[in-house]
Design a protein around this ligand. Structure first.
Ligand SMILES: [Zn+2]
Ligand SMILES: [Zn+2]
Length: 485
């Protein structure tokens, strides 16, 4: 826990070690500052000009983000600075605040890998925090909610959040095509009730506008449900009509349909249903697909085996076209093939198995798209950190084997260049492939057990994590990635 010392309520907030600052014009008497730094020392200095006649009340919350002995320790805290007038009310004037950007140097380095492995990360406290949280777990891609996923309306994004988000994207080296916000769970564009559908559409459009405000290009959502009140094809038409309207009302964001597990009246468990929606979308450049491994397995696609994975992708290519595959949710499944149940499990600990994930993190068709974990995290970062590390190691190890097998000289040179980029990924050695993969799965299992026990020193995200909750208005139990507000 750091102590933030406030000397004055003057307009400029400076941090000694800040390499970068973002200037935010503010007329408000309240400013929220989020900053991270390596050694938990933060000083908010007095402005030199210091004509302050106001006292500041400071409340700070601190949460340890990562606590892996091999990494530096990081402290994340939110400091709320409130001005309390103790003298005459002064006329508030527009002024400039300098908010320090946390340095990426204070975070563990992320693995270099063309397979962009990440997680659905908390954006509690502001969307800009998602970037810090993604860095904490060494994610090269991430998903987030842009507002409360269980409320119809939310306050607009703050200008400070937008500015910080954009700055941090650059500073931390994330590209928008590797970031995929997840839509609100309330949205059902397939609802035959026109009033309810209109309400969903407003919420959906608001999300798309948020993406564009943040400079994000992808947005992932659940297609919808007939709610038992119309045919699948009617529902599909409603979804496509909403998409066409939303595309006209926005500029560039790509709406990415997620495949579903297949319970009840939910649309999207069959690839043919996703194709039918896309067929009705007028601007095909504004639509894509995100394949969730748990959902596709629960829907009956046997991706556990190589033959099953190939068959699913072949069907995808023939029916939809691989160019539409813009993201994946990589989750193992607690329930068996074809169960139609949406129960995510940690990688390698479920019915899909780690071998299937090895295939995914080395398949050319899934390269350079966000591969997002939505696995149980027990509100700690340790599990996602471990899953991301293991998947990157498996990916690197497999690529090394493939490169070794090639014998053309020129090819070898190219490979060496590429391998050098993967040097920072530690590899497990020895044993058969099966044994090696089992060891990887065991590593994840241990991380899960420790987190479940609430082991001392397990890192925790700034706020929230992933939880599951039964959806009231539908038969399917949905995965939920709650960001507590
Ligand atoms: Zn989803
Ligand atoms: Zn799910």
């Amino acid at each position: 826990m750091s102590s933030a010392s406030i000397v004055s309520g003057a307009a400029t907030i400076v941090r000694r070690s800040a390499r970068n600052v973002v200037r935010v014009a503010s007329t408000s008497a309240k400013v929220e500052v989020n900053h991270h730094e390596e050694n938990s020392k933060s000083d908010i200095h007095k402005n030199e000009s210091g004509r302050a006649k106001k006292k500041l009340k400071v409340s700070a919350e601190s949460t340890t983000l990562a606590n892996n002995t091999s990494q530096p320790e990081h402290i994340a805290y939110t400091t709320t600075v409130e001005e309390t007038s103790t003298t005459k009310t002064r006329k508030k004037t527009a002024r400039t605040k300098e908010i320090p950007l946390p340095s990426p140097c204070a975070y563990p380095p992320r693995p270099t890998n063309e397979w962009k492995i990440g997680a659905h990360i908390s954006a509690a406290g502001g969307v800009e925090n998602a970037i810090l949280n993604a860095s904490t777990v060494r994610a090269n891609a991430f998903a987030l909610f842009l507002k409360s996923q269980r409320k119809w309306t939310s306050p607009p994004l703050k200008d400070t959040s937008i500015a910080l988000f954009k700055d941090r994207m650059k500073e931390f080296g994330y590209e928008s095509r590797h970031v995929i916000p997840h839509g609100s769970y309330l949205i059902n564009l397939g609802n035959p009730d026109s009033d309810k559908r209109a309400k969903s559409y407003e919420c959906f459009l608001d999300d798309l506008k948020r993406c564009e405000q943040l400079g994000l290009t992808l947005y992932n959502f659940h297609p919808g449900s007939t709610v038992g009140q119309c045919t699948t094809q009617e529902s599909i038409k409603h979804i496509a009509t909403c998409l066409n309207e939303a595309h006209r009302a926005t500029h560039s964001v790509i709406t990415v349909l997620e495949n579903m597990a297949g319970a009840g009246n939910i649309i999207g468990s069959k690839l043919s249903e996703l194709r039918d929606i896309i067929d009705l979308v007028e601007d095909k450049t504004r639509v894509g697909v995100c394949i969730d491994t748990c959902h596709v397995f629960a829907a009956g696609y046997a991706i556990r085996s190589e033959a099953g994975w190939e068959a699913m992708l072949q069907e995808f290519d023939e029916m939809i076209g691989l160019k539409y595959l813009l993201a994946m949710h990589i989750n193992d499944s607690k329930t068996p093939l074809g169960s139609k149940k949406d129960r995510h499990e940690n990688i390698g600990l479920g019915n899909i198995g780690i071998q299937a994930f090895k295939r995914i993190v080395t398949d050319q068709r899934t390269r350079d798209i966000p591969l997002i974990l939505e696995t149980p995290g027990f509100e700690k970062v340790d599990v996602w950190t471990k899953e991301i590390e293991v998947l990157n190691r498996i990916s690197a190890a497999e690529l090394q084997v493939r490169h070794r097998d090639k014998d053309q000289r020129q090819q070898k040179q190219e490979d060496e260049d590429e391998l050098n980029e993967l040097d920072d990924v530690p590899l497990l050695g020895g044993g058969s492939e099966e044994e090696e993969l089992r060891r990887y799965a065991d590593e994840i299992k241990r991380a899960v057990e420790q987190s479940q026990k609430g082991a001392k020193g397990s890192g925790k995200l700034a706020s929230g994590g992933m939880k599951r909750k039964r959806k009231d208005d539908d038969e399917e139990e949905e995965c939920d990635h709650s960001d507590e507000e």
